[in-house]
Design a protein around this ligand. Structure first.
Ligand code: FNR
Length: 363
């Protein structure tokens, strides 16, 4: 019997060869938002390593929407052309090519992690990393010492919807099969959803329906701009994990609306709304977010992807076999071993033909 993990998944017109996904993971290695050789080889390793779907890191739809100066972007045709090479390679190796579209909101203008992972400040100027003004639903900073964001007005929000649409069109032309909309980890769209960061008194704030309004407008616009036969995922922070923050009930309501908007799958992450080290966090243990994927799948009746410390093929197999998610994402463990999917397959079915005859004799 084929393992669930290795069984194909069909989403609209796209068939994933298995259910192992490499989730978006920022590499902070782009120049002016452009993908280069690094991205081709880095992401290419996961396709050679057997993953069913490789989702490229958070890719900003406008320059100010980058987290750091090293983020990928998709605000011009040249950015799309730079990414096309990677998409082509992934598909040539049998993986589906995905891309996460993002705007960092009030968590933009940050230092690359290896320079401190905080807001850009005067010390970063020496490297040429100038800070830039950040925007958010409300003028509420992430934490003490962070930039106070400018509050987005209706015209700026409408322009952002257009930027997401334009980026989706470029992603399609670049050959991507799947887009994931980033509504998690405290970035712009999550900060609209969470009562901790959205203090607006207009139609885009207040109760749950108001806070969901802008993320839903973006999701609907993307669904309309993205080809009918290509799947569209949304990544959520299922809970904020902080008193007064987003709850799973909020996320179940959001997921239901997304399903009605034609979204194909919810990628279930959590946390990130606050930068504070003292803020309550979701406890991190093996499979710590799988329950969110299971409940959203069951209660909002939409396919889900589980992510978060899924490290072992048997553990991943159990998530699928128990019907708790439709896809599993393996992040840091895949960074440590880009052949994670091949190794999983080897555990269930043996190595692929090109190497198997040799590897099976190595003992
Ligand atoms: C991430 N993560 C992440 N999430 C996201 O939605 N967009 C992104 O661009 C990034 N960037 C990123 C960079 C790096 C280096 C890491 C380690 C993580 C979160 C990631 O997709 C995943 O949800 C978490 O890492 C949890 O899964 P694992 O690593 O425990 O399998």
């Amino acid at each position: 019997m084929t393992a669930h993990l290795l069984s194909p998944a069909r989403l609209r017109g796209v068939t994933l060869r298995n259910r192992i996904v490499v989730p978006p993971m920022c590499q902070y290695s782009a120049e002016d938002g452009l993908a280069g050789d690094y991205h081709l080889v880095h992401y290419g390793r996961f396709a050679l390593g057997g993953a069913g779907l490789v989702i490229l890191e958070a890719t900003a739809v406008v320059p100010e929407g980058r987290i750091t100066h090293g983020d990928l972007g998709l605000w011009s045709d040249a950015h799309g052309e730079a990414l096309a090479r990677t998409a082509r390679f992934l598909k040539g190796q049998g993986a589906a090519a995905g891309l996460q579209l993002a705007h960092a909101g009030r968590k933009a203008s940050m230092q690359r992690p290896w320079f401190g992972n905080g807001p850009l400040g005067p010390d970063d100027l020496a490297r040429g990393d100038a800070p830039w003004p950040v925007v958010a639903p409300s003028a509420v900073p992430v934490d003490e010492g962070w930039l106070v964001p400018g509050e987005l007005d209706a015209a700026a929000m409408a322009a952002l919807v257009r930027a997401f649409e334009a980026a989706a069109t470029r992603a399609d032309r670049a050959g991507f099969d799947v887009i994931e909309l980033h509504c998690a980890h405290g970035y712009l769209l999550h900060s609209f959803l969470s009562p901790l960061s959205n203090w607006r008194s207009d139609a885009y704030g207040g109760d749950r329906a108001g806070r969901m309004r802008f993320p839903l407008e973006v999701a609907r616009a993307l669904r309309a701009a993205w080809p009918e036969d290509k799947p569209l995922f949304v990544r959520v922070s299922a809970v904020d994990g902080i008193e007064g923050g987003l709850t799973l009930d909020d996320t179940l309501a959001f997921a239901g609306e997304l399903r009605r908007a034609g979204i194909d799958l919810i990628d279930c992450s959590s946390g990130g709304i606050s930068g504070s080290a003292t803020a309550a966090r979701v406890q991190r243990d093996y499979g710590y977010q799988v329950d969110f994927a299971a409940r959203i799948r069951r209660e909002a009746e939409i396919p889900t992807m589980a992510v978060g410390l899924i490290v072992d093929p048997r553990q991943a197999e159990a998530v699928l076999a128990e019907g708790r998610a439709d896809l599993v994402a393996v992040g840091r463990e895949a960074l440590a071993d880009p052949n994670w999917a091949l190794r999983a397959r080897q555990g269930f079915e043996g190595w692929p033909a090109q190497a198997g005859w040799w590897l099976e004799r190595r003992a």
